[in-house]
Every structure is written in structure tokens, then in C-alpha cells.
Design a protein around this ligand. Sequence first.
Ligand code: SF4
Length: 273
Amino acid sequence: MSELPRSFSHSSASTFKQCPRRWKHKYIDKLPDPTGEAALVGQFAHDVLEQLCKEEPALRTETKAKEIAGSIWPKVAERKDFKNLKLNSNEQREFRWKSWNAIKGLWDLEDPSMISVEATEQRVSTSLSGVPFFGIIDRLDRDEDGLVVVDYKTGKLPRYGDDNFNQVLLYAAAVASKTGEQPARARLLYLGKKTMETEVSADLVGKVVKDLSDAWSKLKSNLNNDEFEPITTPLCGWCSFIAKCPAGTEFIKKRASSGKLRSDAPARSALGL
Ligand code: SF4
């Protein structure tokens, strides 16, 4: 039997709920799971905004952000994941352009010089209902109502559902558990697009902590039985482990032959489709 992980993040829990087999390959077998271009763009933007928000409020300008982006770029270009993308010079320029668009999208949503920032990239590790939770909070602000948990998003806007706030509500629960102060609100900044916000109520926090605890219990049972069932969904098209997964391979081949597999799905090259 494999050992229980020392911590359970929102990302780990999401992967487990999406597909236990995928979780096993990533967290137990530790098979390579390279970061794709969109996620690298997001990381670059996060790194720039983290440094920007550590500056004095008056210095949080677009000019400063550009300067920080220029100083960080050489490190991004040296990353193994970035090199693996094998982008030519035009594609690298496009990568920088996409990243800058995300970064400057902050000013479409707020004026960062007016924000009272308490912490950036705040690591929080605590027990939530017996689950050893770990997370990194993009930004913790304080306004007239109290603490606000903030998470930057560079992907598409979510289409529906209340689940979008699960991550920031868990962070709010973790902050309350660590500091004794319950954040007042949790906010998602979809850079360049839209701000989404929720009150942090006991009901909402209770629900996400229970979901986390249920996933943790199921994980313990799967580990005990050494059973990690594959759950096939369209996301198999973006799973790094598709070539090792007969169920996912069959599912994706069917989608490809019926014209349902997106042309940009990495599974196409992984399976030679
Ligand atoms: S290919 Fe699909 S079913 Fe297989 S591990 Fe990946 S996500 Fe799970």
C-alpha cells in the first residue's frame, strides 16, 4: 500500500475527484506531467504580479510591471517546461505577448496602487476537518470589511456553477484556521476579463471543507485497496498519462473518430492521431 500524502492541496483534490487514476500517476508514480503553454503563461503573469504587489502602492504601475516582466523573462525562458515547448522566435514573442496581456489585464479590474495588500504568495498549511491541507494564496488583501482572499486567473471565464469558488473558499478556511480571523470575502480576478466575488459564509466554507474531507476519505480507501479507477471525460485529451491508460486511449480514439476531439488536444500527438 502506498503512503498517504503529507498534504492535500485543492489542485491535488481536484485531480483526484476528476480521475483517481490520473492522481495516482501524478502523485504516487510521479510520472512526468509537463506544464503546458497556457499554464506557463499563467505562472509568468503570477510571478510578475506577485513582485508588483510587494512594491509600495504608488509604485504598482504598468511601467513597473513591464520592468519586472523584463527581469523575470530570462528565468522563464530557461525553464525546462518552457524549453520543452520548442517555440520558435515568433511563437516566443506570442508567448510574451499573451503573458503581458494577462498582466496588464489587472488594470482592467482594479487599480493596484489603491489596494491594501497584506501578503502575496502566502503559503498556508493547516488541518481542515482532519485533512492536512496546503495551499498558496496569490494575494491576501484587507479592505474596510476585513481580509479578502484573492486568486488570479488567466484561463477562460467559467461558464456556470458555484464550484469556481471552491479553491478560494478553502484558502479562506485555511486562513481562519491559522490566524483565527475569518476572511470577509473571496475574489477571483480573471485578468483582463472580469472579477468574480463571494462572501465567505460559514455555510459555503462548511460545504467546501466537507467536499475536501470526503475526497480525502475516498483517497485513503483507494490507497488501502490500491485501486485507482480511471474516469474518462473529454479532459483525457489533456492528460499527460493518456498513453499509459487503456480506458482513456479507447475513449479518446472514439472521440477522434467521431470528430469530437479538439484539434489542440495534446492527446492527438501522444496517441499519433
Ligand atoms: S487518460 Fe483519462 S482516464 Fe486515463 S488517467 Fe488520464 S484522465 Fe484518467
